[in-house]
Design a protein around this ligand. Sequence first.
Ligand code: ZN
Length: 136
Amino acid sequence: MEVSRHWRLQAQRYQLVGETCDSCGVKLFPPRDVCLVCEEPAQELYTFTGLGEIYSYTTIYDAPAGFEHNAPYMVALIKLEEGPMITAQLTDMAPGEAEIGMPVEMVTRKLRSDGDEGMIVYGYKFRPAVLETVVA
Ligand SMILES: [Zn+2]
């Protein structure tokens, strides 16, 4: 396993870092360096709040190699507060508890460990939002 690659990606694994477009203000995730809306270069880093809501979800029964111990688990399309959609695993909720429109927040969780070298890979998951959104 390439340790350096994991170090390089660590910022993205611990926080939801994307980009913001200087020209039109759109927030991008994942980072793609070009604005999807106005096609101007967008390289300004932006850290998302990690808040969003469930747009759609599905339950996975046949987990890929390395994830078997997690099955069944739920994967959702999350619509972030700032606009972008992101696919992520749901956590801290039972199958059947997820609802479309449910407020969720990002948490950092262990995704898997690579047997021999003992490398633990962390990533983001989403759980039901604990904090009430303050409505002005
Ligand atoms: Zn733009």
